[in-house]
Design a protein around this ligand. Structure first.
Ligand SMILES: Cc1cc2nc3c(=O)[nH]c(=O)nc-3n(C[C@H](O)[C@H](O)[C@H](O)COP(=O)(O)OP(=O)(O)OC[C@H]3O[C@@H](n4cnc5c(N)ncnc54)[C@H](O)[C@@H]3O)c2cc1C
Length: 488
């Protein structure tokens, strides 16, 4: 039987691959999407079990306004299906380094009035006056001014201003929470723009039925518009001949295409699926030197009663956010007294996601992306302790606890092809030298091979960044496809 020939094969049904593929279908290209998992969504799948619907990891900081998904849904003409639910209530718990106890405040997502935060941080009048110019400057920076901040860390940007400790500590926690990065490596352009977005438009929210439902609807659009999807199919090889893509080999079948879009990460794509020998040594070294982002280790708690009223929570102390020094200490075996913890409660956004009398809480803390990291269990146990401290009786109400760390995240999504890499929360680290104008190109040196997803072509927070990259990648691919047609 003659083999099927596709205009484009997309490898990976994460947010990047799905957004790219949906637009290509809308524009009439013949596509095949292949993913090794049985459900689409990548790191953002939603699971249904025992009356609960839940994501495997805490999804907290996702812009609900101006993000990739409302744009894509509008472009596909399915905007009434999006089901975006902006976060209305965040529980913020903070302990100053001089205090024994945590203070908690419940606030809205935007921080147009900084007073609740100033009170939480315990700033005196003089410190409040000192904080305002930097916060106001950040709120009004233009996209061009952010672009000019690609080459400095957020720590460097703050150190050029006079900011009280409470403000610095909050930003350091946010660098861990929103980008899974340390404040002393994260690019000021990325982190600054995210802080502006959170303060002015709210940074968090959820989708009715979960992230996986929202992404699953994109997969349904692809199928309904002529795209073929093969789930449960691992791609073993992206085939290349004379520097050009010719198709893919899966665990049971080969497919031909002169364009392949990869959503599996730039390092697994280049070093494993294509193979080093097809590239120049300098490109291989460039790819090998890219630093993976940090990970989150997540614990899901199933509670026999409703313990938490808010939609999300952030629990941090001056000693618990991680910069490089603290991270390396933990990696060397240090056991911290406490960890920072973030969590979401899906049913506090969409009550249909849990039985009426129960709750599923998905919590996480920052950790190494190394699937073999030995400290993960210790960090998970510390999350238990933190939740019990802030919400007394929390663990007593828990009848089932499940953990997902970098090993499980890597197994489910990104292959570990270099030591210490694979369990990344987002993808490549969004640090100086790797984002903005320094982000890897979506177009690779192999003709017809493109990268979408977290590693190339987007910016900002996780799922949004991958979605934006998918949409940008689709435009690039369509132009390339048209040019190739003109050339033959
Ligand atoms: C713990 C945790 C918390 C997070 N919190 C947030 C949050 O609050 N807000 C937010 O916006 N984002 C969050 N994210 C990040 C977000 O989920 C990711 O940034 C996003 O899913 C990345 O999308 P992607 O398209 O780049 O790739 P992925 O989601 O990694 O998808 C890649 C896909 O490729 C498939 N694949 C890989 N190799 C192969 C192969 N050889 N053959 C076939 N298929 C293959 C995988 O199965 C997977 O489906 C979080 C992630 C984690 C892990």
């Amino acid at each position: 039987m003659a083999k099927q020939k596709y205009d484009v094969v997309v490898v990976g049904a994460g947010p990047g691959g799905l957004c790219c593929n949906a637009l290509l279908c809308k524009w009439g290209l013949k596509t095949l999407l292949v993913d090794k998992n049985t459900v689409p969504g990548g790191k953002a799948i939603t699971v249904e079990r025992n009356g609960f619907l839940y994501d495997l990891e805490p999804k907290l900081q996702v812009p609900m306004t101006g993000s990739a998904f409302p744009q894509l849904y509008a472009e596909l003409g399915i905007e009434d299906q999006l089901g975006a639910i902006p976060c209305e209530q965040v529980s913020m718990s903070y302990r100053h380094k001089s205090a024994d106890k945590y203070k908690t405040t419940v606030m809205g997502q935007t921080a147009k009035d900084p007073k609740p935060l100033f009170d939480l941080w315990g700033l005196d009048e003089k410190e409040r006056e000192e904080a305002i110019p930097t916060l106001a400057e950040l709120a009004f920076l233009t996209p061009e001014q952010f672009d000019a901040m690609d080459d400095m860390t957020f720590d460097e940007w703050l150190s050029q201003r006079k900011v009280p400790w409470g403000v610095y500590s909050f930003f350091a926690m946010q660098a861990n929470g929103s980008l899974a990065e340390p404040i002393d490596l994260v690019a000021a352009s990325e982190q600054g723009a995210i802080m502006q977005h959170i303060a002015t438009a709210g940074g968090g929210g959820y989708y009715k039925g979960g992230f996986g439902r929202m992404l699953g609807d994109i997969a349904d659009y692809i199928k309904a518009n002529g795209g073929e999807i093969r789930m449960g199919t691992r791609v073993e090889k992206i085939k290349v001949s004379n520097g050009r893509v010719t198709g893919i080999a899966t665990d049971n079948e080969d497919f031909d295409a002169s364009i392949v879009v990869s959503d599996v990460g730039i390092q697994p794509t280049v070093l494993k699926l294509v193979g080093e020998k097809e590239f120049d040594k300098s490109y291989v070294n460039y790819v090998k030197d890219l630093l993976p982002g940090w990970a989150f280790t997540a614990v899901r708690y199933f509670l026999n009663k409703k313990v938490v009223k808010e939609q999300m929570a952030m629990i941090y102390a001056d000693e618990t956010w991680l910069n490089m020094e603290r991270f390396l200490k933990i990696r060397a075996g240090h056991v911290p007294e406490e960890v920072l913890a973030f969590f979401t409660v899906p049913s506090n956004y969409d009550p249909s996601m849990a039985p009426a009398d129960k709750q599923c809480i998905i919590a996480g803390t920052i950790c190494a992306p190394d699937p073999k990291a030995p400290e993960i269990e210790m960090q998970n146990n510390k999350i238990d302790q933190m939740l019990d401290k802030i919400f007394p009786g929390f663990m007593d109400a828990c009848y089932e606890r499940q953990a997902t760390g970098p090993a499980e995240i890597s197994a489910a999504t990104r292959d570990s092809v270099l030591p210490g890499q694979g369990g990344e929360c987002v993808g490549l680290a969004q640090i100086v030298g790797q984002c903005g104008k320094h982000k890897p190109s979506q177009k690779t040196p192999i003709a017809g091979l493109f990268i979408v997803g977290a590693d190339a072509g987007g910016r900002g927070m996780g799922t949004h960044q991958s979605g934006e990259s998918g949409m940008n990648g689709a435009r690039l691919v369509r132009r390339y496809h048209t040019m190739r047609q003109a050339a033959t």
